[in-house]
Each structure stands twice: as C-alpha cells, then as structure tokens.
Design a protein around this ligand. Structure first.
Ligand SMILES: Nc1ncnc2c1ncn2[C@@H]1O[C@H](COP(=O)(O)OP(=O)(O)OP(=O)(O)O)[C@@H](O)[C@H]1O
Length: 554
C-alpha cells in the first residue's frame, strides 16, 4: 500500500503487517495470531458497514411497548412466529402484561386463533423475547426487535430508544424492512390490527388521561385492555337504553357521516349523563363503547393536573371513532368566574404545557408552589378542546355529572350536548333484573335444586322488598355480592339491610324535579327521517313517576 494511505489511516498499516505475517513461510502460531488480529481490526469496519447498509436500504418504525399497536404486533408475533417456529427462545409471563379478562391476548399469545379454552388463572403467556428476530410476510423480510428499558447501550441504527415520563428508557418494539417507503410497515401493522379484529373475543381498550408529562408522543394517554361489559348488564329503562343505543349507532353510520358532511356541520355528538353517584353513568358509557366496537377515553379534570394545553393535546390525540368520557364534570369546578389569580404564572404554565421535556422533574406549577391541587382547566380551554376549530371530529363525547345545575350553560348548549339523560335510583324492574343477574344466574349454575321459575319468583319477592327509587344500583349490587349467590340468604337479609340503610340515603339521590328543564336536541338528518336521533323519550313505564329511572331528555 502506498505510504501516504497508511500514514493517513494507521489501521491500514496494521492490516498490512498482519497480512504479511500470513505468508506461507511463517509459523502456525504466528498465522493464528495474525488471523485473530485481522478479525479484531476488521470488526468495527464491518459493524459500520452493516449499519450503513441498514441505514441506506431499510425503513424502520419504533413503537412504545405500552401502546395498543405494540400489543397487536406482539400478539401477531406470538401467534404466527413464536408458536409456529422451532424457537429456542421465548419470553413467558404470567398474565402481567395484559388484563386478566383479556381473552384475545391470552388466546392469541398462548394458543393461536380459533382455540377455545377454559380460562385458567395465572396461566403463562408466550411472547417474543427481548432481542431481534427475522420473519417473512409473503416474500418480504422483516426484522422485529424488542428492547427492554435497560438494554439500550447499543449504538446500532436499530436502537429506537424511547424515554418515559420519568426520563427512564422504556420498553419498545422496532420493525424494519427493506425499501425506502413506510408503506409495507403500515400494511404490516394493519395486518396485526385486522388479526386482532378477526379474533376479537370481547375486549375494549380503555384509555386514561394522565402521566403525559414528558411523554415523547405528547398526547398523554395510557391504556389498558378490558373485557367488554355487555349492555344487558346495565339496568335502566329499556326505552331510554335503546334510544341511546340507536342514536349512537346512527351517529356512526355512513348515512349520518354523509349528512354531517353535506350540511357542513362538525361531525361530533355529545351526551350529558347526570344523576347520583353509583347509578351506572360510567358503566353504561363503557358498555356503549363495547357495543359500538370503539375504544373509550376517560378524562378526570378534578385530578387538577390537566391544563388547558394538556387537555387540547389529549383531544388532538383522539382517533376518529371513539367515546370520550369527561367524568364528574361539575366537581372539576370549571366556571367563567375563574380568574387569573387562581392560575399559575402564565410563562411557567406555557413552558410546562408546550415543552414538558424541558422540565422533566418539575411538577405542574400549582403544586410546585405547594398549593392545594385545584382545577387547571378553564371553561374556555375546555370548550376549545371539545369543539374548537382544531378539535378532532368523529368522537362521541359523554360528560357525567352528579350536579348538572352547577354546569355553565355554555358547556351544555345544544351542539355541545345533544342529549341529557338522567340516571336515577333503582326501580322495581331494575331490582328484579339485578337480582336475577347477580344471584339467579349463579344459583342456577351451581345448584340443581333451583329452577328458572323459582328464581323468577325470588326476584319478584326481592324487588318487592326493596323500596323503588330509594337506593342506587351500586348499593344493591354491593348487598347482593355479599350474599354470594344464595337467594335464600338475600331474601332473609334484605329487610334488615333496607332498614339499616334507608337513613343513609343521601339528599343527592332524591333530585329529579329539574330533569325536564334541561331538554336538549340538535337536529340531524335522522330527525327529519324519524330516525333514532329523534328524541321523544317520555317514559313509557309509569311505574315510578319520581324519582325517575334513567331517562333520555332530548
Ligand atoms: N344501572 C346499573 N345497572 C347495573 N349496574 C350498575 C348500575 N348502576 C350502577 N351499577 C354498578 O354500580 C357500580 C358503580 O357504577 P358507575 O361507576 O357506573 O356509577 P356512576 O353513576 O358512574 O357513579 P359516579 O357518578 O360516582 O361516577 C358499578 O360496579 C356498576 O356495575
């Protein structure tokens, strides 16, 4: 080699000398040492060359492991790659990664689609391990890499590091394939999603707002997979229930979408569920999401750590079809009168909202000053998030409240809230149905001595013993759970329970009279066509005039 080249790159001179030692006249030991030396000298060059080729010829996506997309990819990998290959390396977990009710992931990860198994508690799940794996979809090769929070020392181009809220590296998945377009990777994640839909066995993803400070994606949602609650487990007046269901189904129909587009109306719909605590407002919202096959997003403004900017980001992060529940909106203390004196310093707040990464260890401004946690969302911030120009369309917004009178009229005006539904105490009919669900089913399943007719009679007797519209379904559910499936015990103890608890029935549970004052309706195409969105929901059941069972006022 030329002197000038070896002078500029000393490694070349080293290689040259090592090659010289490989000459036929050299000794064996000398040759072996020279080969080892050559390997060591060339290895970094090979590493850089490999990284360059990967960088130049491939595309890659990184997915945080707590993201629903990652769960779908893991489920696909577990079912299609890990379980179908002669792998000698897999990660086993005892159900910790997924919700214990999550049949989909259990079946997908453990046994593959189509398997119907009796559920076993603490069963072991089989997942792709930490590390990389090559697999093919059709004729296209993919590299799947799963990384744990502690395994990020690599400088490889496939590192895809992610940092969580507390600045720690979090688990992530990377997917890599040949080419310069992200399309094949998008198609692969769509394939995983479709795989989940095809094998869905009754789960819905529930998102909670919170923990978004420092979130690399900036939307602040955290998710968990839950078993779908069936609508028939919610005891409320049938007419009101079916009216709400038809309204929501119609809202998500193509016809309604087209109508909104034709009329130039923002494609949004809102409900206000109000009534005493424990009457099924949240449960019905979750069941409705399961019925519509969409995810549900919960926001609790009363926690005091969501700001106007944060709320806006949360809404921007919503998908097109979803249910958003803002819980106990009255307790968030939002009012027009909230003045600047109650607000944190504007500059600090802005820095915190827009650049959370710059203040990783600094708590939200109000707490930094040692103040009591208070609501940081203003009315205008809330209105802007839910239906401002930049707000996402397609969502179904449900606000729940124990005290709707405390709400600002701007929040509940038609267009923002299209239906107001009162959830009240338990009626006699609901008492019967809750008895059959919580006691009757288990009695019939576990004790051959009980018959359907008997259970029906017990349920009627039970409903007669519980005064109508006095207790919340949550209270009665709590009592029945204590009876552990024994109808005789339930009937024996109910009188004493009613006596004991009658006095504790709060004032809150008695309010109903103003229900008719807050009728709201927004015309839609369905109104014209006498569709489900037309509300004529006066109670058909005259069993209990006041307080009323859940009612749709629209
Ligand atoms: N109408 C109902 N039908 C069946 N179960 C109900 C009903 N109402 C309440 N429950 C039960 O009571 C519990 C509490 O219900 P839920 O959280 O939905 O009430 P809520 O009205 O949203 O209360 P809060 O206003 O405090 O949020 C749940 O376990 C639910 O199963």
């Amino acid at each position: 080699m030329k002197r000038s080249a070896t002078a500029s790159f000393p490694i070349l001179e080293v290689i040259q000398r090592l090659l010289y030692r490989l000459k036929p006249s050299g000794g064996d030991l000398e040759k072996i040492l020279a080969l080892i030396g050559l390997y060591q000298a060339v290895r970094p060059v090979y590493g850089h060359l490999k990284d360059f080729c990967i960088w130049a010829c491939t595309v890659q996506v990184t997915i945080p492991e707590n993201d629903p997309v990652a769960k779908e990819v893991l489920a696909w990998m577990g079912s299609k790659v890990i379980l179908n290959s002669r792998t000698r390396n897999a990660m086993l977990v005892t159900g910790g990664m997924q919700d214990p009710n999550d049949d989909f992931h259990r079946r997908m990860i453990m046994r593959g689609p189509g398997a119907i198994e009796k559920r076993v508690d603490d069963e072991v799940l089989c997942l792709p391990p930490i590390g990389t794996r090559l697999f093919w979809v059709g004729y296209r090769p993919f590299i799947f890499a799963r990384r744990g929070g502690g395994s990020f020392r690599s400088t490889s181009v496939m590192s895809g590091n992610l940092v969580d809220d507390s600045g720690q590296l979090q688990n992530s998945l990377s997917l890599l394939t040949l080419g310069w377009s992200l399309k094949p990777l998008q198609e692969f994640t769509a394939l995983c999603h479709q795989f989940k839909l095809d094998n869905l066995t009754g789960t819905t993803t529930v998102y909670f707002a919170g923990g978004g400070h420092g979130d690399p994606y900036g939307d602040g949602w955290q998710s968990v997979s839950k078993a779908i609650r069936k609508l028939d487990t919610i005891d409320m007046e049938e007419a009101v229930k079916s009216d709400l269901i038809r309204d929501a189904e119609y809202y998500y129909s193509d016809q309604s979408r087209q109508f909104f587009a034709d009329c130039g109306i923002p494609y949004r719909r809102g409900y206000l569920f109000y009534g005493p605590p424990g009457t099924g407002k949240s449960s019905f919202s979750a069941a409705l999401a399961g019925h519509l096959g969409c995810d549900i997003y919960h926001i609790n403004l009363a926690t005091g750590d969501i700001t106007d900017g944060g709320l806006h980001r949360l809404f921007l992060g919503l998908p097109r079809k979803c249910i958003v529940v803002i819980e106990d909106i009255d307790s968030a203390g939002i009012g027009r009168e909230q003045g600047p004196s109650l607000r944190p310093n504007a500059a600090t707040q802005d820095l915190y909202d827009n650049h959370p990464g710059l203040l990783p260890n600094v708590p939200p401004p109000s707490r930094a000053r040692g103040e009591r946690r208070r609501n940081m969302v203003t009315l205008s911030g809330l209105l802007n998030a839910i239906d401002g120009n930049a707000s996402q369309e397609g969502r179904l917004l449900i606000m729940t409240s124990n005290n709707p009178d405390a709400l600002d009229a701007a929040l509940t005006r038609p267009g923002r809230i299209d239906k107001k539904v009162y959830f009240g105490n338990m009626s006699r009919t609901a008492g019967k149905s809750i008895f059959k669900r919580l006691i009757g089913r288990s009695a019939l399943a576990h004790d051959a001595a009980y018959t359907m007719t008997q259970v029906e009679e017990y349920a009627t007797e039970f409903a007669d013993k519980v005064p109508a519209n006095t207790f919340t379904p949550a209270q009665v559910q709590n009592f029945l759970q204590g009876c552990r499936g024994d109808p005789i015990k339930a009937l024996r103890d109910i009188d004493a329970w009613v006596e004991e608890n009658r006095d504790s029935v709060g004032m809150a549970t008695a309010r109903t009279s103003d229900a008719s004052e807050i009728i709201v309706s927004r015309p839609t195409s369905a109104d014209a066509a006498q569709s489900p969105l037309e509300d004529g929901s006066e109670d058909s059941d005259s069993e209990s005039p006041k307080p009323r069972q859940p009612q749709s006022m629209g």
